[in-house]
Design a protein around this ligand. Structure first.
Ligand code: NAD
Length: 267
């Protein structure tokens, strides 16, 4: 099976082999996709290169989504560089987020203005900028844009705080972008993943407890593996999901569907 044969796209957000972005890239590569990667800065590049080698990929660019459009490492410049090597692309994976670790604990009510704006800029607005910049490269055949969300967008989860607010903004953006870009056959979706042990995940205070609770309470009694998120991404990024847009697809063992957990799960 080579579902992605002949498809080209960009994966943003690989920090290391545990990153969700890497889980997605791995599956896409196995299915024949040609992938260009982005890395936030030189420190991340060192970890990315061996991973890229393992799937015989050799295109990568620095991109810090907090940079202004005039900066050479901005989102806008990234797509300018991509257009010099590819006339069109078929998909973009946006798997990145940031908030000050000091505010991923305690009460949301204490969130600073500076961190609120920064978290929403990096974790939510960057996806809209990415969609706008990717658009000119998707006008020929359409395309698929995918981002990553979490249950904390819909309900409170401990210490997620402003990141939950940012993910809510991200999820609303998906619907508006899906409407704006639908006529061009560009689909826009998110995966709301259950907890995964990654660098970003570890920044949230008490992550271990949430991880264990989710595992116990989810109907499937597990937290997702990278491969499971990758497989669902393959569906959303390929023609298999040609009728799907504006959708938040939960890959969380069914955790989002639980109201009150079974009493034995709480013991
Ligand atoms: P990760 O630490 O492996 O990846 C986070 C990435 O964000 C890193 O590659 C980092 O370089 C990038 N990033 C942060 N600020 C950036 C900036 N200014 N410019 C460019 N890149 C920047 O963690 P992950 O868990 O794989 O996170 C990927 C996505 O999945 C995030 O959106 C996260 O919120 C989401 N998510 C994670 C979990 C989880 O439990 N880990 C669950 C649901 C959703």
């Amino acid at each position: 099976m080579s579902i992605m044969k002949g498809k080209k796209g960009i994966v943003m957000g690989v920090a290391n082999e545990r990153s969700i972005a890497w889980g997605i890239a791995n599956i896409l590569a196995q299915q024949g996709a040609e992938i260009a990667f982005t890395y936030q800065n030189e420190g991340f590049k060192k970890r990315l290169i061996p991973l890229m080698d393992s799937i015989k990929s050799n295109i990568c660019f620095e991109c810090d989504v907090s940079k202004d459009k005039n900066d050479e490492n901005s989102i806008e410049h990234l797509f300018g560089k991509i257009s010099e090597i590819w006339n069109n692309i078929d998909f973009v994976v946006h798997a990145l987020a940031y908030s000050d670790k000091e505010e991923l604990k305690g009460k949301y009510v204490n969130c600073s203005r500076e961190n609120f704006l920064n978290s929403l800029d990096i974790s939510a607005f960057s996806f809209t900028r990415t969609a706008k910049s990717a658009f000119p490269l998707m006008t020929k055949n359409g395309g698929s844009l995918l981002t990553l969300s979490y249950l904390g967008a819909e309900r409170t989860t401990p210490n997620y705080n402003v990141m939950g607010v940012a993910k809510s903004a991200l999820e609303a953006s998906i619907k508006y972008l899906a409407m704006d870009l639908g006529k061009s056959n560009i689909r826009v979706n998110a995966i709301s993943a259950g907890p995964v042990k990654t660098l970003a995940g570890a920044a949230i205070s008490g992550a271990r407890h949430v991880y264990r609770y989710s595992e116990n309470v989810a109907p499937l009694n597990f937290n997702p593996e990278l491969e499971e998120i990758g497989n669902s991404s393959l569906y959303l990024l390929s023609e298999l999901s040609s009728g799907v847009t504006g959708n938040i697809h939960h890959v969380d063992g069914g955790l989002h569907s639980v109201g009150i957990p079974k009493s034995e799960d709480l013991e």
